[in-house]
Design a protein around this ligand. Structure first.
Ligand code: ZN
Length: 503
């Protein structure tokens, strides 16, 4: 067959695999948003069937044959071209996936579904031990998968590489070591600061309807296209992309916690802006994705923190926000609000954590996950270890399991591979923002008018447009001129909180 015919067939198989996977993800979204609980049993089976079919397409002998026949041609093309990138990235996926026996892939999908529902039950019972048996099965299976993929240094390496191509346990730890002293020192300095942040108004009653209206207004401000997306309320917010024309943002609402819904919208909206900016011509291929969880996170953190928690954002957004809560905020100035949404304090819940303590939540999770793989901690001991380590890092004890070890959905899918992406994302977000500001000095003036279109445009051209063509490291170099570098991030947090707390 000719190269053209092979390439056409190659695209067809990738499209089928992608359609099946996106369909499974629609079922997953529906499970979180609106499914009646008893549907769980059958939904798990339906999702497993679709995921298995997708896995079969992505690992079929024909795809392997096409990769072999197309690879010599791809090598003659430019590294960053659509075709060369697609063949290279698919080869990597194919090799990883074909190593996993179908039975193991099926088992993984089914254990994930079981663990999700035991997590829901654990939260209802406020008892982590409810999910321990399923979590143990999930961890055991992760060990099996890691062994199948193989590793040189640490069993976590192949699992981390799946989420963050190119990263290893040791490179993640090196990054943590570079930012940890600054953060620990900042927490100490803030707690010793005499500068007070007023927060009495934060626990007033903020009705859900107005909170959702504020979230929608914030999404509009950052340029999220409601014609191609929607927002729903869930237990644990996430963002799903079903196509470049259909992005689903989710958020959560609690009347006594106005920032949860708002920053949830900005965070998931940031993920959504990324998905909306991915190259639609590459849809139904593995390139219409982010190269890694951490790079995806850099976009959500950029909009949530670097924009949404900035003084400039609130100077223009606060009048609209206050109009939705006239009674609750009548005695609150914009400066008081800005400082309140940036208050640094240890909080049990990761998603509510401020920018200074947030990465400590991540590091402690990563460390206890690694300890499980090192055989130093058993799954049934996770609650105690988590509580002790939390006390050590943040100086407070989690009040219960729901606000402690069982708070996150992550362990229903992955164990030991999903948290480091947040810190990588935080660091990358500042590096991207820094580069954008230097490339386009007019952005500052635009921000002061509440206009973020220039920033969005920069990320569209320099991050989103590449999809998953490059590894995270390659992308950092292509879009910022250098590899991931914690320095801009450290300067940012130190500068911001020195100002707020007059350190
Ligand atoms: Zn996120």
């Amino acid at each position: 067959m000719s190269i053209q015919a092979d390439y056409k067939r190659f695209l067809e198989i990738l499209a089928q695999a992608d359609d099946l996977q996106r369909s499974a993800s629609i079922l997953s979204w529906e499970k979180h948003v609106s499914m009646p609980r008893p549907g769980a049993r059958w939904r798990g089976a339906q999702m497993t069937t679709l995921s298995t079919l997708s896995h079969e397409r992505m690992t079929c002998v024909e795809l392997g044959r096409l990769l072999d026949s197309l690879s010599p041609w791809a090598e003659t093309l430019e590294y960053g071209s659509d075709e060369a990138s697609l063949i290279r990235v698919t080869r990597r996926l194919y090799e990883r996936k074909t190593k996993i026996p179908l039975k193991v892939a099926e088992e993984l999908a089914s254990i994930r579904n079981d663990t999700y529902f035991s997590w829901i039950r654990a939260r209802e019972a406020n008892d982590f031990s409810v999910m321990v048996p399923d979590l143990k099965r999930l961890v055991d299976l992760h060990v099996r998968v890691a062994e199948i993929w193989g590793y040189k240094e640490h069993i976590l390496d192949p699992l981390i590489d799946e989420m963050e191509p190119g990263f290893t346990a040791s490179s993640v730890e090196k990054l943590f070591d570079q930012v940890r002293p600054t953060l620990v020192n900042l927490v100490r300095m803030v707690s010793g600061s005499t500068s007070q942040v007023r927060t009495d108004f934060m626990s007033r009653d903020y009705p859900a309807q107005q909170q959702l209206a504020a979230g929608a207004e914030a999404l509009k401000t950052i340029g999220f296209d409601m014609e191609r997306g929607r927002v729903d309320v869930v237990v644990h917010p996430f963002c799903s992309m079903f196509s470049p024309e259909d992005i689903r943002v989710t958020t959560r609402v609690r009347p006594d916690e106005p920032t949860g819904c708002l920053f949830g919208c900005l965070h998931e909206g940031g993920h959504g802006l990324y998905d909306l900016g991915l190259p639609a011509r590459l849809f139904r291929t593995p390139l219409c994705e982010s190269p890694s969880a951490g790079i995806h996170e850099s976009q959500s953190r950029m909009w949530e923190n670097l924009v949404g928690r900035s003084r400039g954002f609130w100077e223009t957004f606060y009048p609209r926000y206050r109009a939705l809560f006239p009674a609750q905020l009548s005695d609150v100035t914009v400066e008081e609000w800005y400082r309140a949404v940036n208050r640094v304090r240890p909080t049990p819940t990761r998603v509510e954590a401020d920018e200074v303590t947030y990465n400590l939540h991540i590091m402690l999770r990563y460390e206890i996950e690694k300890a499980v793989y090192d055989g130093k901690v058993k799954v049934e001991e996770l609650r105690d270890v988590y509580n002790d380590r939390f006390m050590e890092y943040l100086g407070i004890a989690p009040p219960d399991d729901v606000r402690g070890v069982a708070q996150d959905i992550h362990w229903t899918e992955f164990f030991g591979t999903s948290y480091q992406g947040y810190t990588i994302g935080n660091i990358a977000s500042v590096q991207f923002m820094d580069t954008a500001m230097k490339a386009n000095p007019a952005l500052r003036a635009e921000f002061s008018r509440g206009d973020y279109s220039g920033l969005l445009e920069w990320t569209r051209q320099n991050v989103h447009a590449y999809g998953a063509k490059f590894s995270p490291d390659e992308l950092m170099v292509v879009s910022t001129g250098r590899q991931l570098d914690p320095k801009p991030y450290i300067d940012y947090v130190v500068g911001k909180y020195t100002d707020i707390y007059e350190l």
